[in-house]
Ligand binder design. Structure first.
Ligand code: ADP
Ligand code: ADP
Length: 232
């Protein structure tokens, strides 16, 4: 079964008139796949992420994550799903400034029934896996942009989610650092993780196996790109 499937999803907003943010969108993400959603500003990318992440619900159609129809469960069940099934990475990192890297990565495990020492051990392992073995006790302000994004990726993966959702993960770093982040995402995909990447930029979206093109809330076409191996 797919990790995520959308079937005939429509989402409108009422804002001095009706804005159709998503219009009859159907798409599914198989386990282990690496998909990019690409489209210009206002095309519906964030709306799609919010629906998959359970932050909002569709007007019509269904959104399933791990087989669960998010429209048929309570707000608290949606929130629980968001906490465990999906790991989020944002362009602004969203780290807690007063916490160290290890403490940031351990944070989502608080809801998962781990003891404190288990959480910290898992967090150290996750940081080692993203190449930050020597930065465990640094706070975000003591890290570079690329290092902060790697902490955010380690945090997203710590609860072993079914899906890693990366929204413009290179949006706030320079080109070389962005390339390093895309290499890390490729490694994470190679380790068997399912990834959904969102970007307006083709050179970023091309790192996935396929690109889902959205425009004006509609899924225009799905392009197979065969995952460009980042180099350098
Ligand atoms: P993208 O992420 O591709 O820039 P969005 O999903 O943010 O696109 O937006 C799709 C459309 O829905 C746009 O026309 C946007 O103005 C509208 N929209 C998104 N969120 C809201 C909202 N909360 N209220 C009203 N309109 C919204
Ligand atoms: P990356 O390529 O991982 O983003 P950089 O080349 O930007 O790394 O940073 C090189 C080194 O400088 C890193 O080891 C990092 O710890 C340090 N560094 C970068 N920015 C800061 C900062 N704002 N405060 C403290 N150290 C920093």
């Amino acid at each position: 079964d797919p990790v995520v499937s959308l079937d005939g999803v429509t989402k409108t907003y009422q804002l001095g008139g009706t804005v159709t943010a998503l219009d009859d969108v159907s798409v599914s993400l198989d386990a282990g796949s690496y998909t990019a959603v690409m489209g210009p500003s206002g095309s519906g990318k964030s709306t799609l992420l919010n629906l998959i992440g359970g932050l909002d619900t569709a007007d019509t159609g269904t959104v399933r994550v791990d087989g669960v129809d998010l429209g048929s469960v309570s707000e608290s069940q949606r929130a629980a799903k968001r906490g465990t099934a999906i790991g989020f990475v944002f362009q602004t990192f969203n780290l807690m400034p007063r916490l160290t890297a290890v403490e940031n990565v351990a944070l989502p495990l608080v809801f998962d029934g781990w003891t404190r020492s288990e959480r910290l051990e898992r967090a150290r392992q996750m940081l080692d896996d993203v190449g930050l073995g020597d930065r465990h006790d640094h706070k975000p302000a003591e890290l570079s942009g690329g290092q902060r994004q790697r902490v955010a990726i380690a945090r997203a993966l710590a609860p072993n989610p079914s899906l890693l959702l990366a929204d413009e993960p290179t949006g706030n770093v320079d080109t070389d650092t962005g390339a390093a982040i895309m290499r890390l995402l490729a490694d994470i995909h190679d380790r068997g993780n399912t990834i959904l990447l969102v970007s307006h930029a083709r050179r970023i979206a091309e790192h996935a196996e396929r690109i889902v093109h959205v425009r004006d809330g509609r899924l225009e076409r799905v392009e197979t790109v065969g995952r460009r191996r980042p180099h350098g």
